[in-house]
Design a protein around this ligand. Sequence first.
Ligand SMILES: Cc1cc2nc3c(=O)[nH]c(=O)nc-3n(C[C@H](O)[C@H](O)[C@H](O)COP(=O)(O)O)c2cc1C
Length: 404
Amino acid sequence: MDLKDKNIILCVSGGIAAYKAAGLASFLKKQGANVYAVMTKNALEFIKPLTFKTVTGNKVTTNMFDESDFVPHISLADLADLIIVAPATANIIAKAAHGIADDMVSTLLLSSNAKKIIVPSMNSKMYLNPITQKNIKLLKENDYFIMEPDIGLLACGYEGIGKFPDIEKIYGFLLQILSGKKSYFTGKKILITLGGTIEDIDPVRYISNRSSGKMGFNLAEEFIARGGNVTLLIGNISELLLSSFKSKYPKTKIINVRSSNDLYDKVIGFENDFDIYCMVAAVADYMPDYKADKIKNKNGIELKLSATKDILASLKKRKNALYIGFAAETENLTKNAKEKLKNKNLDFIIANIVKGEKNAIGNDNAEVVILNKYNEEEFRIDYNDKKFIAQNIIDYIEKLGKFI
Ligand SMILES: Cc1cc2nc3c(=O)[nH]c(=O)nc-3n(C[C@H](O)[C@H](O)[C@H](O)COP(=O)(O)O)c2cc1C
C-alpha cells in the first residue's frame, strides 16, 4: 500500500514539536499523498503557515471563519481519507475527547467520519496526568487511533515519555491504519545488509561487483511502511540511491561496511539483537591477499583468491528470529536455492536470475523465486520493478507468518 492520491489532513496544534510536523508533511507528500495542513491558533506561535503551504503545495487553514472557502471544516472533513493530529497537545486531546468544537482543528475532528490518528507530544507529567490518560482512553473508545509517544530527552529538559516519534514510525503507523491491517513486521527490529562488498587488492585497487543496493533499499522502504524498525548495513552502492534514501528516511540507522570480513564481523556482532535478518548484500565469494604496497609488474600479475567466510551459514539461528537470504544464480535457480536454504539453515531464500536480459544485479527490475523451509512450495514473482518485487516478497513472508 502507498499513499498515492490519498487526501491526508494534517492538524498541527501548539506544542514544541509543531516544527517537526513540517517534516512529516513533506514526507507524506513525497509518498504521493495530497496533504492539507490545518493549524490551531497556538500552533502559529511555533511555526508559520507558509512553511506548510510551501511543502504541501496546498492552502493552509488556520481560521474557521475564512470566507474564501465554503464552510472549510466540512469541506475538509468530507475530503479526508485520514486526519492526523501531529503533534497533538494535551489541550486538543482534551477538547476532542469531550466534543468541544471551538476552533478549526477541534471542529474538524468532530465533523469528520474519516479515520483519525492522534500523535500526543508533551511533557511526561502532562502525558501521564490521569486526566490526559482518561481523555486518551475516551478517544480510543470513540475509534481514534492513538500513537504511543517515544521516551527520551524532551525539549523542556525532562527525560521520559512524551517525545514526538520519528517520522518513519508515524508513517508506518499511518499506513497500517489506512490499510486496516496490522503487519507482522510492526515493531520488529530488522537488519538488512545491502550493496556489494569491496575486497581490497592493494591501496589503490579492489574487486567488487555490480550490486546497486536497489533491492535492499526497496525492501527497507517496505519494512518501514509496515512499521518495522530497520537498520541497514550498507556496502558498495549507488551514492544517488543512498542520498535519496537518507533524505526520505533521515532517522533510519545506517552503518557502512566495506569488505566481506567487515560485514561478517558486524552481522555476527548483531546475532542476538534483531528479530529479522534480511541478507540482501552481494557478498564476495572470493578475496585476494591484501598487499600493503601498490603492486607493480609490467608483465601483469596473478591474483590468488581465497574463499570468504559464509556469513549466513555462520550466523547463529535463534528460535524466535527470522532469517531471510538472497541468492544470485545464473542457472538451476530453484535447485541451487534449495541447497542454500538447507545448508545455511534459513527460513526463506529469494533467488534472483543474474544472467541475460533479466539480470537483476545493478538493474531496476528482477525476477525471483522464493523458497521457504516450512513447505515445499515454490513461489515465483515474474519480471517486474524492484519496488513491486519487494512488496510481493514481504507480502509472501507475511502470509507465511503463521508458521513462524
Ligand atoms: C514553549 C511552549 C511549549 C509548549 N509545548 C507543548 C507541548 O509540547 N505539548 C503540549 O501539550 N502543550 C505544550 N504547550 C502548551 C500549549 O501551547 C497550550 O496548552 C495551548 O493552549 C495549546 O493550544 P492548542 O491545543 O489549541 O494548540 C507549550 C507551551 C509553550 C509556551
